[in-house]
Write a protein that binds this ligand. Structure first.
Ligand code: HT7
Ligand code: ZN
Length: 896
């Protein structure tokens, strides 16, 4: 397979104005008739029409009603003898495909007896021959015909025009989409489904029908998805003036899906995981995810569908912007300033533990990549999460109102078009002339073109005589594949200064007539800039990069005292949390570096890793009368093994695990009475509600219970495990139940096994809950290499299937990505397992296999003996015959 390059973009040689599709749906052999009106693109020299196709059986091709000659070239259907001139002509193509054999879940496939399509990015070509590229936008009419008993519901994009009976027990439905769209937004669904329905009126009085389609037994789990959809519609109208532009908006759930959900115009298809939620079966995190993903897909209706991408290099145009919008939506739904901050911390945690490593590894790519072999490999955290940060920086540089103006101009200019990331940034800048973005647009756009995470170094100096504080900020960015040298970025640094009593100091830069408020944003755009604050009466502690104002690593030589002060007093909740994380990280990395004395010896000798001051500070947060429970829970949670590993030059995953476990145990024991208080003080009173405040209380109670079980286990005390088991049994919601179960599993209690058995018996048949059951075991703390045999055993369980991506993720991905100590075994058995599974999955579903293939792409960072064993496993996969392009691209890059 060859790479595609962004700079090779050429407009299409033909436009497709209309498409009429007729489907005779049959799982074994579906017939597809495509009637298109095309015309030559006058801006492009005359050339043959090359239509994309994959795994299709071609039966007939006609031009203007008559047979025509054609040839095949590398899967493409090539038509050379087309009418000359620029008049439209009609092209008819008749093909068949085999949905039941489609295990890739791309194109038309069957899931539990229901037909689904997935066309992004290049699945439409698996349904019919087409110009399968996002800049070809056509008007679609779709006729679906199928057996009525087996497929009573027939759905496609847009409006239902007509439906009725046919001979032989068959029926039909005709749909027309009033909006032009690229092929990747086409969808059809046909099967036995039922819908929760809701009629709504938009602000301008228009009536809309909302439907959430699921299997019959799942209807009672759709209320939250419907509420989330209604909230999303109201939010987009209120915040961005973007109304629902369809009479009917449908969501359909499937349990076989490669990703989270898909924004097909008017017919969103969702992984069941992001639709179904009930108190008994879904956790608070599941409820929040449903809200966020429903919002995300709905927001694509404008950012992605009305204005789409010119080519797939522009993917972040729709994904980064839509993630930014769904993050803002979730924050607004969460309500309080504190709940907003919690959401921000959670988002940054994902960015730093998943995207930063990607940006430092062999798959590093710019937010707008320059080339790819397989586009499916570029649905990455860089495109999505870093892309959202790039939009967030633009938002912060032009302000909330300025951003709304930029969005308005973007739609005024580009509604109905397929455009680029440049077009978006240009609209933002043009709507805000004179802003920091308007003034530095070209430089700002380096965030789109340069990969890698910049580092910002901050050095402060206090002059007691002059009463000045000088702060020098310098930036650098390490080379990434294909980009050895980086130019300076535009980096907004939100900051404040704290006095020694924790008070916020007024900010006045040299040359300014008066002090401004206690927080301001400095725009770092040179390699190094020095700021002088005047009238500073005491040596301050700087609070930098507040709310994580840019996706960078900040290096600042804080003393422990500085960090303790920030942890106790910073008015910026993000930096308050960050100070605690830095303190804990400092302890962890110090003890990992002292790797000659083993942690078990330290723990056994009673040597304390955490200082009394840090323990006291954490206790202060835990017991704080004003702070929210969710925030406390984040502060009291140690940095993850993945995040700790990322700070090290060379990683011994076993050592990281041992030190973090030792710290966790120490925290559990040192704060035992406080955890008990936290557990008891955060019990639910009244009916279950998944709102942010209630969820925060349950999260803190769950952490407290886990810590109490951990301490009890170490002390040989059976009381707390007993209480956890009891809570597990009687819990009134899935959050409390799974937290209790996880406390038992996580602490290695003897009660874990009976609890797991009970859980399976209680929930067998509920696939999403059984996924949790699998995942919990695959992510259990590794004790002497005991997890891998459990994982292998789980794969023999009758409920396990490699064909269902959710199930494969719950076992294999949970182990390979969520259990570093379990995977990185000194004997290399974890890597052998990984290689085996990548190859097995690749024969079934290349997209899912390629995601798993990413698990070892940072093998170079590992210490020996892990590094050699991991490299060898990656090489083994690369050497296998008949690899998909997807997996081959990942492992080739990993070895380069
Ligand atoms: N835009 C959607 C991406 C997606 C996808 C991509 C490749 C293969 C399968 C897929 N399913 C969904 C999801 C989104 O970002 O909203
Ligand atoms: Zn998206």
């Amino acid at each position: 397979a060859t790479a595609v390059h962004r700079l090779d973009y050429c407009p299409p040689a033909y436009w497709i104005d209309t498409v009429e599709l007729t489907f005779d749906l049959d799982p074994a052999k579906t017939r597809v008739l495509s009637k298109m009106r095309l015309r030559r693109n006058p801006d492009v020299p005359a050339q043959p029409l090359r239509l994309d196709g994959e795994e299709l059986n071609l039966a007939r091709v006609q031009v203007n009603g008559a047979g025509t000659s054609f040839k095949m070239d590398g899967g493409q259907l090539v038509l050379e003898n087309l009418p000359e001139g620029h008049e439209p002509f009609e092209l008819e193509i008749f093909t068949t495909c085999q949905p039941v054999k489609n295990t890739q879940l791309s194109g038309l496939y069957v899931s539990e007896g229901t037909f689904f399509t997935q066309c992004e990015a290049q699945g439409f070509r698996r349904i019919t021959y087409f110009l399968d590229r996002p800049d070809v936008m056509a008007s679609y009419s779709v006729l679906l015909r199928a057996d009525k008993a087996a497929y009573p519901v027939l759905l496609s994009n847009g409006n239902l025009v007509e439906s009725g009976e046919l001979d032989g027990g068959r029926h039909f439905a005709r749909w027309h989409d009033p909006h032009k769209k690229p092929s990747y937004l086409f969808a059809l669904v046909a099967g036995k489904l039922v819908a929760r329905e809701q009629k709504i009126k938009s602000r301008n009085g228009g009536e809309h029908l909302l439907q959430v389609w699921v299997r019959a037994g799942d209807l009672q789990k759709t209320e939250h998805a419907m509420n989330s959809l209604m909230a999303s519609i109201a939010w987009d109208e209120a915040r961005f003036n973007l109304p629902l532009d369809l009479e009917r908006f449908m969501i359909v759930a499937t349990s076989d899906f490669n990703m989270g959900a898909m924004e097909n115009k008017g017919l969103n298809v969702f992984n069941t995981k992001y639709v179904l939620a009930s108190q008994a079966t879904a956790t608070d995190v599941d409820f929040a995810n449903v809200e966020s993903v429903v919002g995300h897909e709905y927001f694509h209706n404008w950012t992605g569908n009305r204005v789409t991408c010119r080519d797939w290099f522009q993917l972040s145009l729709k994904e980064g912007l839509t993630v930014f919008r769904d993050q803002e939506f979730s924050m607004d739904m969460a309500g309080s300033a504190s709940a907003r901050a919690v959401k921000r911390i959670e988002d940054v945690r994902v960015l730093r533990t998943v995207q930063f490593p990607e940006d430092a590894g062999p798959m590093a790519h710019p937010v707008r990549p320059d080339s790819y072999v397989e586009i499916n490999n570029f649905y990455t955290v860089t495109i999505y999460e870093k892309g959202a940060e790039v939009v967030r920086m633009q938002h912060n540089l032009v302000g909330r109102e300025g951003f709304a103006r930029g969005m308005q101009l973007y739609f005024e200019r580009h509604d109905g078009q397929a455009v680029t990331c440049d077009d978006f940034a240009q609209a933002m800048a043009d709507a805000n002339p004179g802003s920091e973005l308007g003034n530095r647009l070209e430089q700002f756009k380096r965030w789109y073109s340069q990969a890698g995470t910049p580092r910002v170094k901050a050095e402060g100096h206090y002059d007691a005589v002059a009463q000045t504080y000088t702060l020098t900020l310098s930036q650098s960015c390490a080379p990434t594949p294909g980009q050895p040298d980086k130019q300076p970025f535009v980096i907004p640094v939100a900051l404040g200064l704290l006095g020694r009593d924790g008070s916020a100091l007024p900010l006045q830069l040299a040359g300014e007539a008066q002090a401004s408020g206690p927080e301001r944003t400095i725009v770092l755009h040179e390699a190094s800039q020095t700021l002088t604050f005047t009238g500073v009466a005491q040596p301050p502690v700087p609070s930098l990069l507040r709310a994580f104002s840019a996706p960078v690593c900040l290096d600042c030589e804080y003393s422990d005292e500085d960090l303790l002060l920030l942890l106790a007093h910073d008015s910026d909740p993000f930096n308050r949390w960050e100070a605690g994380q830095r303190l804990m990280l400092r302890v962890a990395t110090k003890h990992i570096a002292d790797s000659h004395s083993s942690t078990s010896t330290e723990a056994a000798s009673g040597q304390k890793l955490l200082s009394p001051a840090l323990v006291q500070a954490l206790r202060g947060v835990l017991r704080h009368p004003q702070l929210d429970a969710a925030f406390k829970d984040l502060v009291l949670t140690l940095p993850s093994e993945a995040y700790i590993a990322e700070q090290l030059d060379e990683v011994d995953p076993q050592r990281v695990h041992a030190v973090r476990e030792a710290l966790r145990l120490e925290l559990a024991v040192a704060l035992q009475p406080d955890w008990q208080w936290a557990f008891e003080a955060h019990q639910d009173s009244g009916a279950y509600s998944p709102d942010a405040a209630s969820a925060g209380r349950r999260a803190l109670a769950g952490t407290a219970l886990a810590m109490l079980c951990l301490a009890a286990q170490a002390q040989g005390d059976a009381v707390w495990p007993g209480k956890a088991y009891q809570r597990f049994k009687v819990a009134g919601n899935m959050t409390d139940r799974i937290n209790a179960l996880s406390a038992l599993v996580g602490s290695g209690s003897d009660l874990a096994q009976p609890a797991l058995e009970r859980f399976h018996t209680q929930f067998k048949g509920d696939a999403l809950v059984i996924d949790k059951w699998f995942a919990l075991q695959a992510m259990a703390p590794d004790r002497g290499g005991d997890v891998l045999p459990v994982v292998r055993q789980l794969m023999q369980h009758p409920d396990f299937s490699l064909h269902n991506p959710n199930r494969a993720r719950s076992v294999i991905f949970s182990y390979c990505n969520g259990n570093p100590a379990g995977l990185h075994r000194a004997d290399g058995a974890g890597y052998a397992f990984w290689a085996e599974q990548v190859l097995q999955l690749d024969a079934i579903n290349a997209q899912v296999a390629a995601r798993l293939a990413r698990s070892l792409d940072r093998w170079r960072k590992l210490a020996e003996p892990y590094r050699s064993a991991a490299r060898e496993a990656v090489a083994r996969v690369a050497a296998a015959g008949s690899l998909s392009n997807d997996v081959r691209e990942v492992v080739t890059r990993a070895l380069a």
